[in-house]
Design a protein around this ligand. Structure first.
Ligand SMILES: Nc1ncnc2c1ncn2[C@@H]1O[C@H](COP(=O)(O)OP(=O)(O)OP(=O)(O)O)[C@@H](O)[C@H]1O
Ligand SMILES: [Mg+2]
Length: 330
């Protein structure tokens, strides 16, 4: 497996001794959709800036497509696409003009660029709005345009910083489909940051959780969820029966708890064991009154690895911003 991004003991200390990224190491394989998860201020944007040559590394090393980020910044810049957290498109240009401008900056020949611009606009559903000034676009349309501006030179690696931040549910789903298509159909390796845990769960095949500059856990979303011990099946029987030994004997079962006629069964993957559980219960002449299955969420993983609630962190920041606004309104 080719490693497209290699990060070794990367550290960034900003002026004022602010350690935004603290000795992180990870690899991203070719074709991966890598999610970089963390709350506000965790160090996500800083990491993207380091990997895309937009900020200088304090210590450690990073390579992108084999090029050293510090020593060969031009080679890195040529081979990557960036979708920044803050919008950079020009409101006074039309949608298609913005992408043509990006094509010129990347020296894409005019006739090649024209066809790509059409395809890219089509991909994000902006064909009809292509000839309108961006100042007349809605926030979601701007974000969609921003996503394709970084792609006109057909980069092999795309860095996306919070691609769906602030978008409504429908637009987020459209962008998820687009990110999946880029990754699977066009085989672009994607490094994306997000603070929506469910987004990493839905999209990414590998994810790392960063908090206060340090990576706290990494793996597939499934592996991350296994950190908290897997899924729980709750079964209520029509009458009380001792099935403890039977449940414990099923492959994958880690723990069985009984409360009257209700059992809680903790296991790796519920769907693998449900048929055996149901068949075994009926074979013993017992009936099921209710059955439910709870899957662990990445929220719980975050709580496990950082010792605090993901949302709490977010809302603390949000609360302080809100207080600022209230204070300014006076
Ligand atoms: N140019 C800078 N100078 C000094 N400190 C900075 C600078 N940029 C970021 N920081 C600090 O570095 C830390 C990490 O910031 P960063 O922008 O990387 O976080 P983030 O995970 O992208 O957060 P968010 O979810 O809010 O975008 C924060 O404490 C931030 O205040
Ligand atoms: Mg950020």
């Amino acid at each position: 497996m080719t490693r497209v991004i290699e990060v070794e003991n990367l550290t960034k200390i900003y002026k004022g001794n602010i350690k935004a990224v603290d000795d992180i190491s990870f690899d991203v394989n070719e074709g991966a959709l890598f999610g970089f998860l963390g709350p506000n201020g965790a160090g996500k944007t800083t990491t993207i800036k380091l990997l895309t040559t937009l900020a200088s590394i304090t210590s450690g090393k990073a390579t992108v497509l084999g090029h050293d980020v510090s020593k060969q910044p031009n080679m890195v810049r040529k081979s990557i696409g960036i979708v920044p957290q803050d919008l950079t498109i020009d409101n006074e240009l039309k949608g298609n003009e913005n992408i043509m401008l990006a094509a010129k900056l990347y020296h894409v020949p005019n006739h090649v660029a024209k066809k790509r611009v059409e395809d890219l606009l089509e991909l994000v559903g902006l064909t009809d709005a292509a000839n309108r000034l961006v100042s007349t676009y809605s926030g979601g349309m701007r974000k969609r345009l921003e996503l394709i501006v970084g792609l006109v030179h057909e980069p092999k690696v795309l860095f996306m910083d919070e691609p769906t931040l602030g978008l409504d549910v429908n637009t987020r789903k459209i962008i998820w489909d687009y990110i999946r298509e880029l990754n699977k159909e066009k085989r672009v390796t994607i490094f994306m940051t997000t603070h929506y845990l469910e987004e990493a769960d839905a999209l990414c095949d590998v994810a790392a959780i960063i908090d206060r500059g340090k990576i706290r856990a990494q793996g597939s979303p499934q592996e991350l969820k296994e950190i908290i011990g897997g899924e729980v099946i709750t079964i209520e029987l029509t009458k009380e029966r001792d099935l403890q030994d039977f449940f414990s004997s099923i492959k994958g079962v880690k723990e069985v708890k009984k409360l009257g006629s209700t059992y809680g069964i903790k296991l790796g993957m519920a769907e693998d064991a449900i048929p055996a559980i149901i068949d075994g219960i009926y074979a013993r002449g017992v009936k099921i009154k209710a059955l439910s299955c709870s899957k662990p969420s990445l929220d719980q993983v975050f709580l496990e690895v950082t010792g605090k609630e993901f949302r709490e962190e977010e809302s603390a920041e949000a609360a302080s911003r809100r207080q600022d606004i209230i204070a300014r309104r006076g």
